[in-house]
Design a protein around this ligand. Structure first.
Ligand code: GDP
Length: 182
């Protein structure tokens, strides 16, 4: 006898400084596509994508910030009821890592207590080939990312929306942390 696998819906929000690649990560995950000179997202962006995690199907309902990152503080309605969040920074932009700390703090203060948060250092393709040379584009080390994640109890990945590196892995790792629907 076979059983239909259960589907769990998960509201996931994206946070992070403008141009770190939030929309590009979603485009890669949802459509397996990448655009070199993406127009900024304007207005609400809402997409869904299913993902198999073990014997379960997770249906992600993904909310992109759509330019709201320009404001000091996001409207709490944006992350109210979110079960998951991606806090994204650009590993070539230190200011975006400082901003990521800010978002993690804000989520811990304002979001649901059992939200699953992944810290994501994006644009790995820009540093993948350099061997710690002085002219490396990398400005945030993997150790710094890991340390913040450990401190705050977050999942951690370095990704590239451009090369696909670790993009699916982020969503699978989040899915495996989401409890079974009752
Ligand atoms: P958002 O404002 O955070 O949603 O950022 P976008 O997704 O609009 O991306 C901003 C710019 O960075 C665009 O020109 C993208 O093509 C580029 N970009 C996004 N992800 C990557 C990546 O992984 N590697 C590289 N090299 N560029 C990226």
């Amino acid at each position: 006898m076979s059983f239909a696998p259960s589907t769990t819906s998960v509201k996931l929000v994206l946070l992070g400084e403008a141009a770190v690649g939030k929309s590009s990560l979603v485009l890669r995950f949802v459509s397996n596509d990448f655009q070199e000179n993406k127009e900024p997202t304007i207005g609400a962006a809402f997409l869904t994508q299913k993902c198999t995690v073990g014997d379960r199907t997770i249906k992600y309902e993904i909310w992109d910030t759509a330019g709201q990152e320009r404001f000091a503080s996001l409207a709490p309605m944006y992350y109210r009821n979110a079960q998951a969040a991606l806090v994204v920074y650009d590993i070539t932009k230190p200011a975006s890592f400082i901003k990521a700390r800010h978002w993690v703090k804000e989520l811990h203060e304002q979001a649901s207590k059992d939200i699953t948060i992944a810290l994501v250092g994006n644009k790995y393709d820009l540093v993948a080939d350099d061997n710690d040379s002085d002219d490396s584009l990398r400005k945030v080390s993997m150790e710094e990312g890991k340390a913040l994640a450990e401190e705050e109890g977050l999942l951690f990945f370095e990704t590239s929306a451009k090369s696909s590196h670790n993009v699916n892995e982020v969503f699978v790792a989040i899915g495996s942390k989401i409890p079974e629907a009752k």
